[in-house]
Design a binder for this molecule. Sequence first.
Ligand SMILES: [Zn+2]
Length: 223
Amino acid sequence: LNKDISSDSDRDDSVKFDMPQLNASSRKLLRWWLNEAQRRLKLKEAILPLIQQGMNSHCEKCLSRKNLKVDSVVSFEEMDKKFTFQYPSENFNLVLWKSYWKTHQAYETKCLLCISQEKDMARSNTTQVSKIIQEHQGDNNWGPVFLQESSRAILMQWYKEAHENIFEGGEGRTRNSVDISDDEGGDVSFKWAQRKFVSDEATKGIALKWLLNSRAILQRRQK
Ligand SMILES: [Zn+2]
């Protein structure tokens, strides 16, 4: 009765799994990732006692002495980035890392109640911002926004100045002009489009109008 099963198990025990074949670059990437994970773990372990030592005897907001929690002012990620940048070849030097941490770090002690109040506040701020955005969006049934000649002129000036500002210095000079009238592409991968520039209230207003108008067109197309 059990013949089939027993013969089955007898047959071949070197089962061949389908192992994914890693090419050289994948292997390299995997090794780098492992190395990086190990390094970060070591660095983190090294500074945990330093953070604990930085704890104050009371909450810095309400002076409570109960349920205290200490944290570093500068995040581990930020510190790691700066340290690695300054000492690229000393990645695993824990002595140097700890001394760097002590020099550039500060600590914050707060009670759990204050921490949760801060979280609530941050959440409510986020809600307010999204409310403002919703108010701007209205019921999504606005008609097209027609720019007056003067607005159009200001918009063109604003675009030209932004473009010139950003291309100044030559880094991005490969593209001399960008066609802003192209509604189809939606390509915002140009360097200049991702950089910050300073604008006054009037240009902000026009930019917002322009943005809302473009979005209205897109939304109507999707219907
Ligand atoms: Zn507190």
